[in-house]
Design a protein around this ligand. Structure first.
Ligand code: ADP
Length: 404
């Protein structure tokens, strides 16, 4: 039997097919620019001899309904999924589970309504996730479908950390609070860290740093998240590719009054034109690091601001946790940028955090340990695998269903 994982975005559909027995990957695919004449679909898979193969299709994919059909056709053509009856379950990534979902759940009409009700909190993401859920439900009938929420891992954050210092009625009436995102990734790498260190997760204080285009930090005590840097939306916290992260909210009043920017313009400014891009005009960390190395002042500044904010969060979470055993770097930047790891740990030796420059420069796909011999804190680079985590949580829900 097999498990299919779907990540349905507003204009893309990512999917991965796993063998249920050991959660090894059988196929993974991406359909991009859905609804555009340039849409393209690709699938990589392992054939019956275990050799990696690729399938491509460039015909326009008009909507998500067609995308699901293209996915099914490609999986069938690859021989990895000939009949939907081979599926033990389907796991869907859902961005916002609000306060309703602390863990993955089997999808039924009530769950769909709850995800729908949460659309105001995630107007871009939840509708796209729902589209994927609805279309697959029509296609595969009784196969169990499971929703895995980006926010669920952060539901253990205590009240004093998730509430903003705003009138309490805004929380009661409008659910204004910190929710946090990237939960699937934080949960996955924290568990991998405990496995790698060969220590029970219950004994560990871990700080996980998911650094991709979006970036967030999480403070994890005994396997449970106690704080995270993203807030009610993914805009808060660390400096990101195009998002500002933390800033003085009064800047918005100032810009509105002085420059006449309306709410939509401010939204675009903070979400799409700020962060690394705002500072140096570029949001790709590879390009920025190269330019910084060649002496470009703005690129250097962007890199320094990014890492300084990160260092402040590491310090804050060391305080929140009362000490840390392990810090994990993950995501495209966390896994690949030695300079970001170096700058964000710089000057923290007195806090027990010492990076080994030589180990830090090694590039490998497996978990990499980068602390110096005298470091009190383990520093790990762990490749994230959100699809694997969704498959594993989907399997857990299916197993629990079969027991009860
Ligand atoms: P997303 O949030 O879109 O999933 P990723 O986790 O793929 O993003 O991370 C994208 C970021 O990772 C980009 O800023 C990219 O420049 C950066 N990145 C990828 N490879 C490297 C590398 N070798 N060195 C530095 N940064 C890298």
């Amino acid at each position: 039997m097999k498990i299919l994982v779907l990540n349905s975005g507003s204009s893309s559909l990512k999917f991965q097919l796993f063998k249920k027995a050991d959660l090894s990957v059988l196929a993974s695919g991406l359909i991009e620019q859905i609804g555009d004449a340039k849409s393209a679909a690709q699938l990589s898979f392992f054939d019956s001899s275990g050799v990696e193969q690729e399938l491509k299709q460039n015909a326009p994919v008009v909507d998500h309904r067609e995308a699901i059909k293209v996915m099914a056709d490609m999986l069938r053509a690859s021989g990895t999924l000939v009949d939907t009856e081979e599926l033990a379950g389907i796991g869907h990534r859902v961005v916002h589970g609000g306060e309703s979902f602390h863990q993955p759940v089997r999808i039924d009409e009530n769950v769909i309504s709850a995800i729908e009700e949460l659309i105001p909190l995630a107007p871009l993401h939840n509708p796209a996730n729902l589209m994927g859920i609805r279309v697959t439900m029509e296609h595969v009938g009784p196969t169990p479908q499971v929703a895995v929420f980006d926010t669920a891992f952060h539901q253990s954050i205590p009240e004093h950390a998730y509430l903003y210092a705003l009138p309490y009625s805004l929380y009661e009436k409008k659910k204004v609070r910190r929710y946090g995102f990237h939960g699937t990734s934080h949960a996955y790498v924290a568990r991998q860290a405990a496995l790698y260190l060969d220590r029970p997760v219950e004994e560990l204080n871990i700080i996980t740093l998911h650094l991709g285009n979006g970036a967030s930090a999480a403070a994890i005590r005994g396997g449970k998240c106690i704080d995270t840097s993203m807030g009610m939306t993914p805009l808060e916290g660390l400096v990101m590719g195009t998002r500002s992260g933390d800033l003085d909210p009064a800047i918005l009043f100032y810009l509105s009054r002085e420059s006449g920017l309306d709410i939509d313009a401010l939204d675009t400014l903070l979400n799409k034109e700020s962060g690394l891009k705002g500072i140096c005009g570029e949001n790709d960390m590879r390009t920025i690091s190269q330019a910084a190395e060649q002496g470009d002042h703005q690129a250097k500044l962007a890199l320094t601001i990014f890492c300084y904010r990160l260092r402040k969060y590491i310090g804050a979470y060391m305080a929140a946790l009362g000490g840390v055993d392990c810090i994990v770097f993950t995501g495209g930047i966390g896994e690949n940028s030695a300079i970001v790891r170096q700058l964000s740990c710089q000057g923290m030796e007195r806090l027990g955090l010492c990076l080994d420059g030589k180990k830090n420069s090694i590039r490998q796909k497996e978990i990499l340990e980068i602390q110096a011999g005298d470091s009190q804190v383990s520093l790990l680079v762990i490749p994230t695998d959100e699809e694997h985590e969704i498959a594993s949580q989907t399997l857990q829900v299916i197993d629990e269903m079969n027991v009860s």
